[in-house]
Ligand binder design. Structure first.
Ligand SMILES: *Cc1c(COP(=O)(O)O)cnc(C)c1O
Length: 375
């Protein structure tokens, strides 16, 4: 063992998140050559089980790229949006803004439609914008991590398609904790990552790519190399990753996905997330009127909850008190809180209830957090 002695905090933040002991243990399995026959022993199962977690059939292909969620999102922009396309980026918060920033950084022709923090996509406003701007491609966020709001993926996709456009979805913070909505919504791409509701360390960007997306990608120029979904997909056909993957993470991922699919069960996992969400909503309501829920009613995320803190409450002090209790507390999304403080509004804090956090762990956390919040 090394001489380093880091504290073993339970991460109750919105990613990276808590990793259970079995998955820490899996990190000690042997490293392997990513072009050797050992590679397939891990990745064949990983690819197959990812489809089961997404609950998709032959309509979708799984693509694994190196990096994190943002890299998967950048792949979707570079591979699916041509220089002559009109992209509408719909944002309900900081991560919605991120998708627009990625598109702009790739030189794409992007227009942003932004909704107030804490609200879901307003379908009537989106419909009016689709009529007016007439985009070919629309990007949006499934689960806005800065505010704890979940958009209705199938409904938003269907509206986008009604106006002749295709949908690109960022599902980074919800995949593995709730249904992807892909089969119903038929998004062209759905991007996600390992370190949120799949409860793994970060290191891969994951994409679900619709079979109809492939013809479009052939026509898009300058897809890059590591950002080219087609190049990644071609290597993935051999269950290999285009550039050298993190083999430690692959060892953990094969164990974790097998557990999700064959031990816990995908539907049970989704149901557990709803139960945890409801526990936190009930807990926040019990805290009284000083602590209002931030998310629009009916759109509360199953994987994280955002709560408005009373003015004057020192969230940094709460964080340090929770650290002393063995937890990493999330004192809200920095950019959002900065703006809110400047506007004289209440700050938010977040509770991550994603991945492998259990109802028992969450119940214990909520008791301790209440004691830190209410003196
Ligand atoms: C975390 C997150 C991202 C960014 O993902 P990285 O894995 O950090 O690159 C994008 N979108 C959403 C909704 C997220 O929660």
């Amino acid at each position: 063992m090394s001489d380093f002695n880091f504290p073993d905090l339970k991460l109750m933040i919105t990613g990276p998140t808590y990793i259970r002991p079995e998955i820490r243990e899996a990190a000690t399995m042997p490293e392997f050559g990513h072009r050797d026959s050992e590679n397939k022993k891990r990745f064949e199962s990983i690819f197959k089980n990812l489809k089961k977690v997404a609950q998709v059939g032959d309509d979708y292909e799984v693509v694994i790229v190196n990096g994190s969620g943002s890299n998967a999102m950048e792949c979707s922009i570079r591979s699916m949006v041509s220089d002559t396309d009109k992209l509408l980026n719909v944002s309900i918060g900081a991560f919605g803004d991120l998708y627009g920033k990625i598109a702009k950084g790739c030189g794409k022709n992007v227009e942003n439609l932004k909704f107030e923090a804490g609200r879901a996509i307003d379908m009537a406003v989106l419909e009016a914008k689709l009529k007016e701007y007439q985009p070919n491609v629309v990007s949006f966020t499934h689960n806005e991590t800065s505010t704890g709001v979940e958009n209705n993926v199938p409904a938003v996709c269907k509206l986008i398609q009604k106006y002749g456009a295709i949908a690109l979805v960022d599902g980074v913070s919800i995949f593995g904790g709730s249904a992807s909505g892909l089969t119903e919504g038929q998004a062209m791409t759905y991007s996600t990552a390992c370190q949120k509701s799949l409860a793994l360390p970060a290191g891969f960007g994951l994409l679900f790519v619709h079979k109809d997306a492939f013809a479009k990608m052939e026509t898009v120029e300058n897809r890059g190399y590591t950002t080219d979904i087609l190049a990644n997909y071609n290597t993935n056909q051999k269950y290999q990753i285009l550039t050298t993957p993190n083999t430690t993470l692959a060892n953990q991922m094969v164990v974790q996905l097998d557990y999700i699919v064959n031990v816990e069960g995908v539907e049970n996992r989704f149901a557990r997330h709803i139960k945890m969400r409801n526990m936190v909503l009930d807990w926040a309501k019990e805290l009284g009127e000083d602590f209002e829920l931030f998310a629009q009613e009916g759109y509360e995320s199953p994987t994280l909850t955002s709560v408005l803190a009373p003015k004057g409450l020192d969230l940094k002090a709460v964080k340090e008190e929770m650290r002393a209790n063995g937890y990493l507390f999330d004192p809200g999304y920095g950019g959002l809180n900065k703006k809110r403080v400047e506007a004289g509004e209440k700050e938010t804090f977040r509770i991550g209830h994603m991945g492998d956090i259990t109802e028992e762990m969450l119940a214990e956390y909520l008791v301790k957090l209440k004691a830190a919040l209410v003196k």
